[in-house]
Write a protein that binds this ligand. Sequence first.
Ligand SMILES: [Fe+2]
Length: 349
Amino acid sequence: MMTDQGIARTALLNKVTTALEKAGRRFVVFSDVVSDPPVEVVEEALAFTRQKGAGAVIGLGGGSSLDAAKGLAVRMVSEVPLREYGDGKPVEGPIAPLYAIPTTAGTGSEVTRVSVITDTVKKEKMAIRGEHLAPLGAVLDPELIAGIPASVAAETGADALTHAVEAYVSLNSNPITDALAIAAIEMIGKNLADFVADSRNREAGLKMLLASCLAGQAFSNGGLGLAHSMGEPLGSYFHLGHGLACALYLPVIMEFNLSEAQYKFANIARALGHGIDNLAQADAADLSVKAVKDLFREIGLPKNYREAGIKNFELNPQMVDDVFPQFSTTCNPRKADAKEIEALYNALA
Ligand SMILES: [Fe+2]
């Protein structure tokens, strides 16, 4: 089982290991996963796995533990170094049997076919991709997210909403990803504020886990957009968490995209609880931005860099260049040039 020290110190790990013991399963625990897991941690876990003779992997934790578990499951059957996969080589063969137990409701990693591992030599994050990276099974249990801090519930929830909204309006979307995404948006609209107010609210917790899972399926097939491709460089240059970066950019990017997917943005407004039947489509679409801003304000998320803890934001031109090679950028419904990306970055200063 791959997890981190934070979880190993809580009763959470015990809950899961007790269930495994009851089921008569033999297991060993590797609890040294760190956030933005580096290649070295996966290699350390691999040595541990080989020493203990483990044949399958359970990722228990947030996005980092699940990413590390995926990396480990790849390396357990492949001699190819993760860096080669990070350079674009797809993971071809089956990987070691992999299961996911998320302890946050946001990444959707339990259904995605990607693992993000940090290359400490190049000092960059690499995406390892392949059909086989999707876990064989996942446990979505609200008991495992009960008690997470409000800030974590808010930021991971914002990530899930950003997945759903970006997948819904993506140029790569299709009727199936649309259905998954709009269902996730509605569930998040109805449950995120309750979950942030009290993460022990089982009903809200379960709905957020489900929404995050639906959104994960939507974006891993339909793609994302500029909130993600601009959030990535912001996160690396200013050391800002992924969910926070998404929360900052989602409303701005929705506004930027409104004209290109008006009908869908009107549907988002409806899914977030606004009556739109008597409104012109453009006005209904506008309401979707207001609904997201209101929700983010209600759950205490920042609306600009200063509130997010970035005192003096100065745009590094590299952050603009970093946006273009990303697949998410190609899925965004409105094309943006470098000047527009620059303006979008500076809109939150
Ligand atoms: Fe995300």
